[in-house]
Design a protein around this ligand. Sequence first.
Ligand SMILES: NC(=O)c1ccc[n+]([C@@H]2O[C@H](COP(=O)([O-])OP(=O)(O)OC[C@H]3O[C@@H](n4cnc5c(N)ncnc54)[C@H](OP(=O)(O)O)[C@@H]3O)[C@@H](O)[C@H]2O)c1
Length: 329
Amino acid sequence: MLKYKALVTTESNKKYNNSIEEKNLDFLPDNNTLIKVKYSSLNYKDALSASGNKGVTKNYPHTPGIDAAGIIEHSSGTKFKKGEEVIVTGYDLGMNTFGGFGEYIRVPDEWIIKKPKNLTLSESMAFGTAGLTAGLCMRKLLQHGLKPEDGKVFVSGVTGGVGMISLMLFNKLGFEVSAITGKLNESKLLKNLGAKEIVDRNDLDLDLISPLQKPIYSGGIDAVGGKILSNLICSTSQRAAIACCGMVGGLSLDTSIFPFILRGLSLFGIDSAESLIDVKEEVWNNFSSDWKLENIDENIKDISLDELPDEIDKILEGNQIGRVRVVYD
Ligand SMILES: NC(=O)c1ccc[n+]([C@@H]2O[C@H](COP(=O)([O-])OP(=O)(O)OC[C@H]3O[C@@H](n4cnc5c(N)ncnc54)[C@H](OP(=O)(O)O)[C@@H]3O)[C@@H](O)[C@H]2O)c1
């Protein structure tokens, strides 16, 4: 039987270990489509899965990796043919279904998207779930009617995966962006990517400053949550819209009702994993056309499977800058 390499997270006495192992294909779950993975990418959720977060992954041994781009090897369904280039992100991939940190995945047809023509497999994993999430946030804000002329927008967690692609997208679409970061030493990089100004996240990472603060932002994308989002909510202008998707800054919101009832603020929650497949497809198609980011391959760190355990530690410590792409032979 064909053997393949995968990162396997094992549990022993509530401690979690990540190592690269060789497995038989029958290690994979019994779904209808087998894909040879060419690229994957590292997301914060993968690091949670690889470090024993039971909200993400219940059972170990496990192979994380919520993203995969590759080639159909075999399908017993009618939707995909051997040799087709495809993308899989989210649903249960990498959570309780063995994910993209292995050379093969076996998944249901319903999770698979045919790669758009004007996007390579490699580019698709420069976006990965982080990019898809930024795209889903942008889709919501544009549907709300947010326009560059409404005023300045923010991106929080901006040196991270979701944040950096959000910044690039806002910039591409002509918005003036405030980049909120804990890494002021990355200001030059952020300005090169289109940030108009840099805001120190420590200035916002405080108990609620006031229930109704100066109306600075017409909207934004928040990848952080906690006190930072609580304060940003109160710093929005009339009819503003925020899309929120992350929790690296904390799970709680201790904010104020005033921006909602006095300024008509809309707060949209984004869940990329369970988004409908046609909505995901729409965003991937946007990335290959109107939202094409010519510089998406810059600030990407390409690594092999063997290098993943170190990168997982780094993302957990909040020290990752931009995106990490896993490249298979
Ligand atoms: N809802 C969804 O569908 C969805 C999808 C993807 C990701 N997410 C979530 O979005 C968040 C970001 O994901 P990611 O993949 O972009 O992660 P990431 O690459 O690790 O980026 C997170 C960024 O947040 C900032 N940060 C780190 N620790 C922080 C802290 N204690 N307080 C405030 N900011 C902190 C850092 O940027 P700065 O130093 O520049 O501030 C860091 O680079 C995570 O919570 C992830 O779970 C959600």
